[in-house]
Design a protein around this ligand. Structure first.
Ligand code: NI
Length: 137
């Protein structure tokens, strides 16, 4: 089994806020991510697929095809958008990096399976000091 990772970048705004809580509690729990008028992150997305190498190409999956799928299924839906307001697959969810990684997985998995490969991991880097990984379960 070989694992292949494609890296893409995008920018998006969000706000973490729990409407059941007071302003003070939101700021205590979510810190700067609770800024009332939103804020942005420069996200780095690592998408890893796994499989065996194809006898005709030596590839697990064509990296350009994987890049095209990520752009079409994710980047075009989120880049320069407000995750709380503009992105249907995040509607009604807290826009934490964790939930965002799960949402990205759900946007990608079926198309990658149809292309004959298997999605292994979505790694989403939100800042230099934090990233999350989702393996589909
Ligand atoms: Ni944030």
């Amino acid at each position: 089994m070989v694992y292949v990772t494609r890296i893409e970048h995008f920018n998006a705004a969000h706000k973490l806020w729990n409407h059941k809580w007071s302003v003070e509690k939101n700021k205590e729990v979510f810190g700067k991510c609770a800024n009332e008028n939103f804020h942005g992150h420069n996200y780095e997305l690592h998408v890893t697929v796994k499989g065996t190498t194809h006898p005709d190409t030596g590839f697990v999956m064509n990296a350009k095809e994987l890049g095209d799928i990520i752009k079409e299924q994710v980047i075009e839906k989120v880049d320069h958008c407000n995750l709380n307001m503009d992105v249907p697959f995040m509607e009604g969810r807290f826009t934490s990096a964790e939930n965002f990684a799960i949402g990205i997985w759900n946007e990608l998995a079926e198309t990658i399976t149809k292309s004959g490969s298997t999605l292994h991991c979505v790694k989403l880097i939100e800042t230099k000091s934090i990233y999350v990984e989702y393996f589909g379960e």
